[in-house]
Design a protein. Structure first.
Length: 406
């Protein structure tokens, strides 16, 4: 078994991650040694069963990042700090009973969202975005639609005014990309959240932020702001990529061609297949070993960082024995995580409503939408963390704007 450390970066995560994960599994087994920016070592879990094992044992494989044995080597300007933070008072790094109470606070605040209001916001913002380009006959679905819709809807649910959604998108994207603007994006988002909470203390509303502030768990404003940041980041970019990846599938795969003229059932099938085959969330950081242990034949030292290889695990040949694509009702994918730190069910439902509504509104409004470039010309962002298109250029018959239908 090879001990070569694969850099968790580079064009292959962009061009052909399926083959890359297959080769990593062939050379390393179900747990592969990798290095992050700055030659920081970690383990990437490639196996479905191993990922289940890690996420089901929050004591041995903890979310407490203080355990990391590499902190002395991490500079203050490390671009992955927004994703792998230390002493951040967010739910991501909370463990034990406090995590349980905190997860309930978030779930309750999201559960109280009126589903009809959620659907209405998604439709209204989707129509508004389509109005912006439908008279022109062409657009880039990613930049002009998918990358704008989830943040706008989430900002509305959380209690922001409509004017705030746009700037939040740029900050979110900078933070998630983990590049040179990551820390600046995180700071902008943090400032926006603290201002929101200040406003909601003064004038509470029927919104997620107000409900979190009123929770009896006694969380501080900083804790609530951190959790809102986590919810916004986790809810926006993966949902945007879910929209883009699903529309790419429907526009390039003959199995879905008929759906473009009104077959709604296949929207759900395409979205489900994407979560298996082209999941927006590729890799997640992370878990830290609380003591020396073994996993997948590897000796894991106390304090080692383990990265959850969601995409690799979804494609694990040990559980995908026939190698065929999965559509329909098979929801055993790991795209929302697993265990007590998985994405809360109300958050999953919110993401699904936003993504499905976004896709359906676009196809309803532009029934003859088609790719403006050959499918093989489409490219992905060069990120090992989230998989999405850089652009999705399309053309269609120009149609008049609806003009602010409510």
């Amino acid at each position: 078994m090879s001990e070569s450390f694969m850099p968790l970066s580079g064009p292959r995560f962009q061009t052909d991650p399926v083959r890359l994960y297959r080769e990593m599994r062939r050379d390393n087994g179900s747990v592969a040694p990798v290095v992050l920016d700055g030659d920081v070592p970690a383990w990437l879990i490639l196996g479905y069963r191993e990922l289940h094992q890690v996420t089901n044992d929050p004591v041995l494989f903890s979310r407490d990042s203080d355990l990391w044995n590499q902190w002395e080597h991490i500079p203050d300007d490390w671009p992955l700090l927004p994703m792998i933070g230390r002493k951040q008072p967010s739910i991501l790094y909370t463990v034990g009973e406090r995590h349980t109470v905190r997860a309930a606070m978030i779930s309750n605040a999201l559960e109280a969202v009126d589903p009809f209001a959620l659907k209405r916001y998604a439709e209204e913002f989707a129509d508004e975005l389509v109005d912006g380009f439908c008279p022109t006959g062409s657009t880039d679905i990613i930049a002009e639609y998918a990358m704008l819709l989830p943040a706008r809807v989430l900002a509305k649910l959380y209690g922001f005014g409509d004017e705030v959604g746009g700037p939040l998108v740029g900050a979110l994207n900078d933070m998630i990309d983990g590049r040179e603007r990551a820390l600046a994006g995180q700071q902008h988002l943090a400032g926006s959240m603290m201002q929101l909470l200040e406003d909601k203390h003064a004038e509470p509303g029927d919104d997620v932020a107000s409900r979190m502030l009123q929770d009896p768990g006694g969380f501080t404003d900083e804790e609530v702001a951190q959790d809102l940041m986590v919810m916004m980041a986790a809810g926006h970019q993966p949902t945007a990529d879910w929209i883009g990846n699903s529309l790419r599938l429907m526009l390039t795969d003959d199995r879905f061609a008929a759906s473009l003229s009104g077959g709604r059932h296949s929207v759900g099938e395409a979205m489900n297949e994407v979560l298996w085959e082209d999941t927006p969330t590729q890799n997640v950081a992370g878990r830290w070993a609380s003591r020396d242990t073994h996993l997948g034949g590897r000796h894991i030292r106390a304090g080692d960082l383990l990265l959850l290889g969601i995409a690799a695990a979804n494609g694990d040949p040990q559980v995908r024995t026939d190698g065929s694509s999965l559509t329909g009702g098979n929801n055993a994918f790991l795209s929302f995580g697993h265990g007590e730190h998985r994405c809360p069910f109300p958050a999953q439902e919110t993401a699904e409503v936003i993504a499905r509504t976004g896709i359906e509104v676009l196809l309803d409004r532009l029934p003859d939408v088609d790719l403006a470039v050959p499918a093989e010309k489409l490219t992905r962002r060069p990120s090992p963390w989230l998989r999405g298109l850089t652009d999705l250029p399309v053309h269609f018959t120009p149609t008049p704007a609806l003009g602010g239908r409510k």
